[in-house]
Design a protein around this ligand. Sequence first.
Ligand code: FAD
Length: 524
Amino acid sequence: MAKTYDVVAIGSGHNGLVAAAYLARAGKSVLVLERNAWFGGGVVTRELTVPGYRHDQHSMAHIFIQANPLLKNDELGLKARYGLQYVVPEMPMMSLFEDGKTLALYRDRERTRAEIAKFSRRDADAYVHIAEQAAAWLPMIASTLYAAPAPMGASTAMMDQSREGRELWRTTQMSTHDLLVSHFENERVRMHFARVAGENLVSPDEKATALGVYVFVGFLEAYGFGVPVGGSGSLTRALIDAIRDRGGEVVAGVEVERVLVKGGRARGVLARDGREFSAKECVIGAIHPHHLGRMVEGIDPAIAQAAAATEITPNACITVHAALKAPVRTKAGDPLRAVMIELLPNDYERLRRSFDELRYGNLSPYPLVGLGSLSEFDSSRVPPGGATLHCWDYVPYVRKDGRAWDEAKGEYAERMLEHMRSFLTNLTPDNIVAYHCDSPVDMERTSPSFMHGDLHGIATSTYQSGSHRPTPELAQYTVPGIERFSLVGPFQHPGGGVFGAGRATASRIFDDLKLDFDKTVARA
Ligand SMILES: Cc1cc2nc3c(=O)[nH]c(=O)nc-3n(C[C@H](O)[C@H](O)[C@H](O)COP(=O)(O)OP(=O)(O)OC[C@H]3O[C@@H](n4cnc5c(N)ncnc54)[C@H](O)[C@@H]3O)c2cc1C
């Protein structure tokens, strides 16, 4: 006998949990099924190395979710009732160059101006200009991030109607490099901001990435980079508490094989173990576009085919999580006081060429290592005096030398650690208690969202963004031809990252079920 719920959600990633939590708040009986033995997908904190050290396996900084009404207005009481807390450090990001020089970005504009002035006074002024523009664009940009995407044609037509809109459109078409060259004269300053584009898994030379600089600076100043107390998984924990508090169930170790569809309407799911779970009102699925054809009964083959053709980035992510006896320091002896630290060469061309090599499926000649040691801000994650280190780099998913990542990842992790030793002190073997490496293959094992190690699910190219993400048919979080079935995931608008995008999916479901979203939220 199938067990029946109002809503069945496939996957306990934060987006599925957010959508399920809003529906539970509206009084719906909710079931969330997770294939892993743990919850959270990319928002998880686990003892990956040794007991007592809690590592954020994937996301560590919660940036874009801070402006989401979910947290901004604490709509589900995650902070007030369920104990979610953030530390917001003054220095969200710092570049550490090979020669020991540093360039930090602060939430405070004047402090950043002074930092950049160490390299160029002209660039310091140019930064202020960019930051002012970023602050002016931020409300408009933020308003597009937590709702279903507006049609591309209408958005472009609207931008084309004013001088400011045309300037915004121009910026959206430029590469980060084009923008940086037109604003900054100093190579180090250019490189610092170019690396920001890399965090979106793209080269600074990729066209249509320049707006990212404004989004990044705008968010950094207005909201900072949130460090969740207790680790990234604290958000998952708070969401699960909110669902269970309303009688909902969140169950681990159940892999959904298929969405059951009858009469053009999703009616439930079939688990790999043969159990069926019925959904009276709707099914929510964290289903990667490449898997939709296989998992959704009766899907239009043309829609499934377009979804299967979505592009995955060639810049796959590889991570190393280390448990340390004592924190690492910069060569100058300073603690790591930024949330994110980028290790950069002394010349910009080297960075650009490293990204180029990934395009050809090669390992980058100069590792593109970024890192964070968030135990600096939250000692609850480590034993007294200890530290965690989270480092990442970009590599091809398929190695040209034919070696499997399962066999080669240890060697690559050692390469990353060795590279870091030329920037940091105290990363000696006797200070490392243990480390854990996730290759791109491990990454996709932890969640199908991270297919081929793409932490955004699919590439963030313009033709797969906004109302075309993942495809024009699927961008409204629904699958045409299948009623009462909704999509969540980093491959949907607004893309990869801890956005709390499940709120936009929930809002669409509320419309479908003729529920009043604003009233439900107001009651909370
Ligand atoms: C290494 C790495 C670092 C990152 N760092 C950051 C960062 O610092 N800041 C940031 O904002 N973002 C970061 N991200 C991105 C961010 O983690 C993701 O975009 C986000 O977690 C996606 O959330 P989601 O809920 O959409 O999907 P997911 O987190 O992928 O959740 C989907 C869940 O569904 C489950 N599932 C899928 N299929 C099934 C099935 N058939 N049956 C049952 N369960 C199923 C999966 O196991 C998974 O738990 C990072 C990602 C990675 C990989």
